[in-house]
Ligand binder design. Structure first.
Ligand SMILES: Nc1ncnc2c1ncn2[C@@H]1O[C@H](COP(=O)(O)OP(=O)(O)OP(=O)(O)O)[C@@H](O)[C@H]1O
Ligand SMILES: [Mg+2]
Length: 261
């Protein structure tokens, strides 16, 4: 059964769009999954900008019942329904759940990019089968991220895990155990703040495509493997150049997650 997965936080700029996009691309590229990426950030959508998509039709058209059958875009092996920042007609975000049900049979995964706005987030979480929390390891971001967790708990949408993004200075930041204790959610990936992301953004290309061997691409691939329920595959070059985790003493909980899939 298709899973509708969303990446959420009530904090702007933590990496929701980046992780939704990279996970979608990685699932398609490395695990042959058929993936639909939906930009459900209605007020400040970014997927079109990240991928340089020229959009005639957007998710808001679908919420108004006017999206033509084939108005789905393709890039880097995934299908995409973008949103528009300049859509002026009234929309009803509560229709999202029903609309996504129509696409479920065509895809292995539907991945939602989400808004950091508390009210906008509620119908998106209601449309999701499972959510991933995204946080950076500082107390300000973690506490706002946990607010998103409360919406999911209220709506009884399962929280699958938490992704720590933009790790900059482990000495001055929460570690994995502290984040798991405070959130009561397993950490499924930890991703360094990496300057190569600026190049990916500038070239309008996901890092997983631009630089497969980059530490972020590898961590995303391992995370995608857990979602896909596939064992981690390693090429001969990866064995020669073993991946050194950024924070070596802490293990993420992917094994636990994989066993649940
Ligand atoms: N691990 C990382 N290392 C360096 N830069 C990153 C990383 N993850 C994301 N970024 C950058 O941070 C910025 C914000 O990322 P992104 O747009 O994914 O955040 P967001 O949570 O979706 O924000 P918003 O709430 O505004 O939609 C972008 O410039 C992105 O390239
Ligand atoms: Mg975003």
């Amino acid at each position: 059964m298709t899973n509708i997965l969303s990446f959420v936080s009530i904090k702007g700029g933590v990496g929701k769009t980046t992780l939704a996009l990279e996970t979608a691309v990685s699932l398609a590229k490395h695990f042959d999954k058929k993936v639909l990426l939906v930009d459900a950030n209605f007020s400040a959508p970014n997927i079109g900008l990240y991928l340089d998509l020229t959009k005639d039709y957007v998710l808001q058209d679908a919420l108004n019942g006017t999206l033509p059958q084939n108005a789905i875009y393709e890039a880097h092996g995934i299908d995409i329904i973008p949103s528009s920042m300049h859509y002026h007609k009234e929309i009803d975000p509560h229709k999202l759940k029903k609309i996504l049900q129509k696409y479920k049979s065509r895809y292995d995964f539907i991945i939602l990019d989400t808004s950091p706005n508390y009210e906008e987030l509620k119908p998106i979480i209601a449309a999701s089968d499972k959510i991933f929390l995204v946080t950076s390891p500082d107390h300000v971001t973690l506490h706002t991220t946990l607010k998103a967790a409360r919406i999911a708990k209220e709506q009884k949408t399962p929280i699958e895990g938490i992704i720590i993004n933009k790790i900059r200075s482990p000495k001055h930041e929460y570690n994995l155990k502290e984040i798991e204790t405070l959130s009561e959610v397993p950490v499924l990936a930890k991703i360094k703040d990496h300057k190569k992301m600026a190049e990916a953004l500038h070239s309008k290309t996901p890092i997983s495509v631009l630089d497969e061997l980059n530490t972020i691409s590898k961590e995303i691939k391992n995370f995608a493997a857990a979602i896909a329920g596939s064992p981690k595959k390693e090429g001969w070059f990866q064995k020669l150049l073993p991946y050194k985790p950024f924070v070596p003493k802490e293990e993420v909980n992917r094994q636990f997650y994989s066993s649940q899939v």
